[in-house]
Write a protein that binds this ligand. Structure first.
Ligand code: GDP
Length: 629
């Protein structure tokens, strides 16, 4: 805080642009503020706004005011505030100075604006209207997903006068009986799960395509798991009915065994019998989708600012970064300022998959936008903001946060944090179970049913015989599940993926041990565990070899902090070449406990001297995983 005399002014007086309203008990300041200085021509401030943040320094203030720092210091002296350029100014002082220069003071964006998922905007029920269902087509390879998507796309009546050329933007809409349905145009599970893993749930209904001549196959089961884990409604499309060897009864039986009991057998799952190739039954499928959509009562508010999700994004040679956005709520308009993922922009152009340019797009629509400052990722959330000026700042903060989260190698899903992730009142533990035999799976499921702890429930997302795979990890990440393996392997690359994605794999040889752990976790009684977290990195800039002592690495701490008692990894060209402890940590000649980012230091590694310039020393420490039982 700058060294200044106490000020007794009431804050409310400073909200207006009328400096003369200020009380007269602070003559020095008010005199200055009475004569707003004209902005000189060559000063060229881009926007006349000062963004105030805690500990704003005099230098930062002068930069925002586009004035020399010496001038601002002089001003402060007139206000009887003696401050150097590195000292901070309080909000009141900053506001007085800002007003004096004809600037407006705004508080810097609150960081919680960056967490879209927490920015719940309640819609007034009377603003809500029906929105189109969003459908993803899934199923085993070669069962006809792409053919079905093509058939539906081509069957729609296209208004050729208004239309341009059909183009792939990652999603398209069809209209039937005056109502639209949005189809995600990337068949398969990878895109669906990746998007869910990034927190996006865009799909309402999954159409599960099963070839009548082939029946249920591994990816059919996987698709069911994905659809269930994301709580989508499932419609079964028994495809290739035109084939002579089509056997829909067998398909029905196989799916009934997987708890998809057909509606014509008295079950709840709608079944349609189609030929994607020649179009038979496709209209009935669309009708069924509409029926299911009606039951889901999908609503959205077209009056609010849009929120949505990136379906696809790319760098276009002519237009720069473009992205297809599926609008989940609100109306997206030309000129809207937005943040998407870690980037931002202003809608300059919008078109649908027929190449028609649009001025606005309603909830449930998928539109390709341009006007982005960078290419976002599929699954990124988009949010429109009224104030264009905050978007860049929010995008930057999201990017910073992502960087630091990525570097903290934190576990997102583990038995320990099960209670921390409680959803609502019922705490649900999701599990993926892999075992060497179907028998073990059944035995485990049977025992788990017997665990009965009030207020908790177990949801088995997927079971399977065989090794733990990347698909299991992706599904676990997307559904916040823990992977339990009985006597099965997880290859090293799968374990790596799991650890970078924060998915816990727990290996057991006997069922009762797993049950004990799960029960304990559900009661919140697991012993505290320790996990290793990266605390900082240093780059080796010079090395000194001293006989009898060893190699001292002259380093610059480039992130976080290096602590004397940390574990270290020595990384060369991206590869870990040694792991050990620090022998000594010095600043100049002094032994120190820690050295923070931006400072140089001397590091010796215990029992290791082969350190080279440009190596990176990564420090980590064990940290107790807090319990929350
Ligand atoms: P995807 O891998 O699930 O996307 O499957 P495709 O749509 O690429 O179809 C795989 C093969 O099955 C292609 O040769 C299609 O022509 C064929 N196919 C798809 N649907 C039908 C159908 O209804 N009847 C027949 N006879 N063949 C089909």
């Amino acid at each position: 805080m700058a060294n200044k005399r106490p000020m007794t002014k009431k804050k409310s007086n400073f909200k207006s642009n009328k400096p003369n309203n200020r009380p007269g008990n602070r003559p020095t300041v008010s005199t200055a503020a009475k004569k707003p200085r004209p902005i000189e021509k060559n000063a060229e401030p881009i926007e006349k706004i000062v963004r105030y943040k805690n500990n704003l320094t005099v230098l930062e203030l002068s930069e925002q005011l586009h004035r020399p720092v010496s001038e601002v210091i002089k001003k402060l002296m007139f206000m009887r505030i003696m401050a150097s350029q590195t000292q901070s100014v309080d909000r009141e002082t900053a506001e007085i100075l800002a007003l004096d220069y004809g600037f407006e003071l705004q508080d810097e964006v609150m960081s919680d604006l960056t967490r879209f998922d927490e920015l719940v905007i309640e819609d007034d029920p009377k603003d809500l209207i029906e929105r189109p269902a969003v459908v993803t087509i899934m199923g085993h390879v070669d069962h006809g997903k792409t053919t079905l998507l093509d058939t539906i796309r081509h069957a729609r009546v296209v208004d050729t006068e208004a239309g341009g050329i059909t183009q792939h933007i990652g999603a398209y809409q069809v209209e039937r009986a005056g109502k639209a349905i949005t189809f995600i145009d990337t068949p398969g599970h990878a895109a669906f799960t990746e998007m869910r893993a990034r927190g996006a749930k865009v799909t309402d209904i999954v159409v599960l395509v099963v070839a009548a001549d082939d029946g249920v196959m591994p990816q059919t089961k996987e698709a069911i798991d994905h659809a269930r884990a994301s709580k989508c409604s499932i419609i079964v499309a028994v495809n290739k009915m035109d084939k002579p060897n089509a056997n829909p009864e067998r398909v029905k039986q196989e799916l009934a065994d997987l708890n998809l009991l057909p509606d014509d057998w008295g079950g709840e799952t709608p079944y349609c019998y189609i030929s994607a190739l020649n179009g038979t039954g496709v209209n009935e499928l669309l009708d069924t989708i509409q029926l299911v959509a009606e039951m889901l009562e999908l609503k959205a508010n077209p009056k609010r600012n849009a929120i949505g999700t990136v379906i696809e994004a790319k760098l276009d040679k002519g237009r720069g970064p473009v992205a297809t956005i599926l609008i989940s709520n609100g109306t997206l308009k030309i000129g809207d300022a937005f943040v998407v993922g870690n980037t931002y922009g202003k809608i300059r152009g919008m078109n649908d998959d027929l190449g028609r340019s649009l001025h606005k797009a309603k909830p449930g629509a998928a539109v390709e936008i341009n006007g982005l400052s960078d290419v976002p990722l599929a699954g990124d959330a988009l949010m429109v903001f009224d104030d264009e000026r905050v978007t860049k700042d929010i995008a930057q903060k999201r990017s910073d946060r992502q960087f630091s989260e990525h570097h903290s190698t934190k576990k997102t899903v583990s038995l320990e944090d099960f209670f921390r992730r409680a959803e609502g009142n019922i705490k649900e533990m999701r599990l993926i179970i892999k075992a060497d035999t179907q028998g073990s799976i059944e035995a485990f499921k049977g025992s788990i049913d017997k665990i009965n702890i009030e207020g908790t429930q177990i949801d088995i997302v997927r079971t399977g015989v065989g090794a733990i795979t990347d698909t299991d990890v992706t599904l676990a990440e997307a559904s916040n599940a823990i992977i339990i393996g009985f006597d099965v392997q997880a290859p090293a690359n799968v374990r790596d993926t799991a650890s970078t994605r924060g998915v816990e794999i727990r290996d057991y040889r006997v069922i009762y041990e797993a049950l004990e752990d799960i029960e304990a976790a559900m009661k919140g009684m697991l012993d505290p565990e320790f996990e290793k977290r990266i605390i900082g990195e240093a780059e080796v800039r010079e090395t000194f070899s001293i006989s009898k002592i060893g190699t001292i690495a002259g380093c610059m701490v480039t992130s976080g902090v290096i602590r004397r008692d940390a574990d270290v990894k020595l990384i060369r060209n991206g590869k870990v070449i040694y792991e050990g402890k620090i022998q000594s940590l010095k600043r100049f000649k002094d032994d120190v406990k820690e050295v923070k980012q931006g400072y140089d230091c001397g590091i010796m590694i215990e029992n290791y001297n082969d350190i080279k310039v440009d190596d990176v020393i990564e420090a980590s420490q064990m940290k107790e995983v807090p319990m929350n039982g």
